[in-house]
Design a protein around this ligand. Structure first.
Ligand code: ADP
Length: 161
């Protein structure tokens, strides 16, 4: 049985993430989404809120689960016997970034392989950070995020002013 982990900030979940989750869930027996605190990124939603958005959006995928994870991804993966680390590539900037992380993770644990899936072209421009900006200015995000996230983004960022 192959257990895969898809780690990320998911602040918040986008349809680009969801597309990747659905595809990875077909490739591996179990897919665990690890919601982490990225030390270099300021969060808009708490880890618990991000988990709730993901859980609401993956309810139809029985082999997908969600956890909060704050330590080293490879250590978490060893704990749950996961051997595949899933990430997404939208462009060459992602590639450079992911190459560095994958190399480091391989140095830390050679039993773990990183599998990168190419973003669906319709979501290549979708990033959580850009969506937060658009939401701040009242843009319509309904085609780019699950409904639960669209509501929460509007409520959170409009209330911030
Ligand atoms: P991180 O802070 O770990 O980069 P993100 O939530 O921004 O967390 O992204 C998690 C993973 O999802 C990354 O591998 C990223 O490249 C991928 N990803 C983000 N947006 C998309 C998208 N629109 N399509 C495919 N993959 C994506």
């Amino acid at each position: 049985m192959t257990i895969a982990v898809f780690p990320g900030s998911f602040d918040p979940l986008t349809n680009g993430h969801l597309d990747l989750i659905a595809r990875a869930s077909r490739m591996f027996d179990q897919l665990v989404i690890a919601v982490g605190q990225n030390t270099s990124k300021q969060g808009v939603f708490s880890p618990a809120e991000r988990v709730a958005f993901i859980e609401a959006s993956v309810a139809t995928l029985p082999n997908v689960s969600v956890q909060i994870e704050s330590g080293l991804t490879v250590a978490f993966m060893r704990e749950i016997h996961a051997t595949v680390l899933v990430r997404g590539l939208r462009n060459s900037v992602d590639f450079e970034y992911e190459q560095g992380i994958a190399g480091m993770n391989r140095a830390l644990d050679a039993n773990i392989d990183t599998v990168c899936l190419m973003a669906d072209p319709q979501y290549q421009f979708v990033s959580s950070s850009l969506l937060r900006e658009v939401a701040r200015f009242g843009g319509d995000l309904t085609k780019l995020v699950p409904p639960v996230v669209a509501h929460a983004l509007t409520a959170r960022l409009e209330s911030e002013g």
